[in-house]
Design a protein around this ligand. Sequence first.
Ligand code: IPD
Ligand code: CA
Ligand code: CA
Length: 284
Amino acid sequence: MSASGGGRKAASTSSADLVDLLARAVGAVREAAAFALDPGEELRVEAKAHRNDLVTQVDRGAEERIVRRLEATGIPIHGEEAHRVEDFETYRGRVWVLDPIDGTLNYVSTHRDWAISLALVDDGVPVVAVVADPVAGRLYTAVRGRGARVEPLTEGAAGAVGAAPRVLETVEDLPLSEGMVIAHYQLTQDAGIGRAIEASRGMRCYGAAALEMTEVAAGGAVVYAQPRLQPWDVAAAALLCTETGVVLTRMDGAPFDVRRAGSLLVGTPAAHAEVLEYLSPDRC
Ligand code: IPD
Ligand code: CA
Ligand code: CA
């Protein structure tokens, strides 16, 4: 299914509207998470573009559940599996951007480190974010200009260890030497990233971009780098990052626009600057 609307001017959204839209988004993600945690049948796994690009009936079913819950908002949906907005790269106005399961390989293979990622993007700027880590029982949310928080995914539950409701404070501006780098395996061949990893406390790779970006926003790592991501991978976690003072650019330092696929370099201001320096073509 696709919707058009490129060139449409944004309806201005008040702060109260955004809080209402966040509540709807949270309800939709909670329903999809419960379904994905217990779909009640064997997984049917198919490959898409290549053998490690997987989709299951749960990715599709989670997307459908969220789309149904958000229909009443009248806002179009740009989702990974079946709902596309035409000319998304230049889309103006409000649009939900959805990855029903981020980290499908993990969902299928290790059963952890997968997420549901939903953002409301207005004129290319994320204004509402929901990232669920269902296995850890955590729900991360943000409204632009109003900060980010984490709470138990299940309403009323004590939640997993560390999931007590709390505001995500502005990240401590740690340098590379005091934190972990999360990098995609393809980047281990990159000399600049290799030097950055050596200067850090070590490298991790969890295989779900939304959770990896969220880890930086939550202070668990100082850098995340990836050679190519899609809008649905990053839209929600990008707001968690900006609301916590984390810097996002392309890996060459160019400005980042969530509507366009491309590389991503996320970090505390200090560590982000250090990695850019290591990646600089003058420093080989
Ligand atoms: C993938 C994950 C992975 C990233 C890939 C994405 P998917 O999302 O975020 O960490 O390295 O580029 O495609 O396909 O599981 O939704
Ligand atoms: Ca994804
Ligand atoms: Ca996905």
